[in-house]
Write a new protein. Structure first.
Length: 526
């Protein structure tokens, strides 16, 4: 072996960088190995056309836990405008981030819904706070008698009890609900429910009437001030910048990072992880290895099958991925001019959503259930150049669009060039129905199918969250039941990617918890 370290981190995405920084800050000698030529994983800013740059995959900054911010001296970028522009067949509905402004906007479509908005926001903020508390903890082993696990369970119980009797009952009632059931309980306006419901289906192969989607909606509220819809992540075009800040923080703590270094095997000896082997033939040894690659690619690809007990291997094989998101990036000669009615252009700094009703979302899901691409897709778009003009030449713009639903494996066969372009046409046509100048403004178009995303980012079935955020795949059941504490059956090997607790969309959350468990484990040093 060519080098010896205390810890090796497989993958230089945000979780990998955070894990490495915490380990190095604790005095460990750390090496990060990244298959791609850049760090940041799914959160990187790339030039997809000469002089046009965009966040290649995820296009929101995400929520940064204040503890990570303080520990690593990394700051999030505040977003001045967190409005959501929801486009409908009849025009547009603008939902501001400010609670008072939102009440006035909602009043124009439903006085009854406006009267409930502040109470709804307060409840969601309190319930999201419980998840936020959980997301800062390693899930306790429920059958354990260890003092640390018992204390964690006690703390959780006190946190839930602190909601008060009414909200505690609401928390337990809402988690398994469908988003449609929750929103129908509160509101009457189709466009308001559709706008909110879009967060409940993000990254999952389910519709808003599927059980557990209310939890997904709450997950995307974690870290949000009361009134905001999507946590701390409504900052457009900043995902890549956040990764660079984390990379700088890791470097300052002494982390060594190598790109273009593909790990093909986790080396074991006497049942314990002792290092990694690269595609180049090099091998590096370490007392501990943490993989931020998804659980299936790690445990069923990088580890020899003979190293795993059949029960654990079977559980990993049964993780649901089912990627159904596609990404379209547009280089534009001018900004799209949306038919907003009485709206203003400033909303284009926020999120642009095509999710006009719960029925629309459910019909979009119906198509993918049968292996097809949604005829009328759900779209989430940003124009990041409205906030950061440096991403494109003067006067020009980029548009970043997430689309649901598109199957990883289409019923008609594998994705080919024609299918990819047809998907891009469908996305552009859907937006152009609201922005007549859009087609003529397109200078270049990049279309990434779920298959493309899976290949580029090493994500099983194209799921960039490394596994669906279903109720049976969260907390102590993520990645598999009984192994939510970031360890694996192989001593010295840990998991710290989005496929582990607390899941995707939480900047570095899994990496922080994995590093903490590694530092507590025996044999943490070479």
């Amino acid at each position: 072996m060519t080098g010896r370290y205390d810890a090796i981190v497989v993958g230089a995405g945000q979780n990998g960088l955070v894990a490495a920084a915490y380990l190095a800050k604790a005095g460990r000698k750390v090496l990060v190995l990244e298959r791609r030529s850049v760090v940041g994983g799914t959160n990187t800013t790339v030039e997809f056309h000469p002089d046009f740059r965009v966040d290649a995959a995820f296009h929101q900054q995400g929520w940064l836990d204040p503890r990570i911010s303080a520990d690593l001296s990394v700051q999030a970028t505040p977003e001045a405008s967190a409005s959501v522009l929801s486009l409908t067949a009849g025009g547009a509905f603008v939902l501001p981030g400010s609670t008072a402004a939102a009440v006035e906007a909602i009043r124009r479509i439903s006085a009854a819904d406006a009267a409930k908005w502040e109470e709804f926001c307060r409840l969601m903020h309190r319930l999201g706070g419980v998840l936020q508390y959980l997301y800062g903890l390693t899930p306790p082993r429920l059958t354990s008698t260890r003092p640390t696990d018992l204390l964690a369970l006690l703390g959780l119980g006190l946190k839930v009890r602190g909601l008060g009797k009414r909200d505690m009952i609401e928390f337990l009632r809402i988690l398994p609900m469908s988003a449609a059931e929750l929103l129908d309980d509160w509101f009457e306006s189709d466009v308001l429910k559709g706008t909110l419901g879009a967060a409940a289906i993000t990254g999952i192969c389910q519709g808003p009437r599927s059980a557990g989607t209310a939890f997904v909606m709450l997950h995307h509220l974690v870290g949000s001030p009361a009134g905001l819809l999507r946590g701390g992540g409504l900052t457009a075009g900043m995902a890549g910048r956040m990764s660079q800040r984390l990379a700088e923080a890791a470097k300052k703590t002494g982390v060594e990072t190598r790109t273009g270094a593909e790990v093909v095997r986790i080396v074991t000896k006497d049942g314990r992880a002792i290092g990694v082997a690269l595609a180049s033939g090099e091998e590096f040894s370490a007392a501990q290895v943490v993989s931020t690659v998804d659980p299936s690619r790690t445990m069923l690809g990088l580890v020899k099958p003979t190293e795993l007990e059949p029960e654990y291997a079977r559980a990993v094989q049964n993780i649901r991925y089912r990627g159904v998101q596609a990404k379209v990036n547009l280089a534009l000669a001018e900004a799209p001019r949306f038919n907003l009615g009485g709206g203003g252009s400033e909303v284009l700094r926020g999120l642009i959503s095509i999710s006009p009703s719960l029925d629309y979302l459910e019909r979009a899901y119906d198509d993918v259930k049968h292996g097809g691409v949604s005829k009328a897709p759900v779209l989430e778009a940003f124009i990041p150049t409205m906030s950061d003009p440096s991403l494109a030449p003067a006067g020009k713009h980029v548009m970043s669009i997430w689309m649901q639903y598109a199957p990883y494996r289409p019923k008609a066969g594998e994705w080919d060039a024609a299918g990819r372009e047809a998907l891009g046409d469908r996305v552009v046509d859907t937006l152009a129905a609201h922005a007549p100048n859009l087609r003529a403004a397109i200078v270049h178009r990049q279309v990434l199918t779920p298959r493309d995303l899976g290949d580029e980012y090493g994500a099983t079935e194209g799921n960039l969250y490394h596994g669906e955020m279903g109720l049976d795949q969260i907390l102590f059941m993520r990645p598999v039941p009984g192994w939510g504490h970031h360890g694996t059956p192989i001593p010295g090997l840990f998991l710290g990617g989005s496929g582990t607790h607390p899941g995707g969309g939480i900047v570095g959350g899994a990496g922080r918890l994995a590093a903490r468990e590694m530092l507590k484990a025996k044999g943490a040093r070479s």
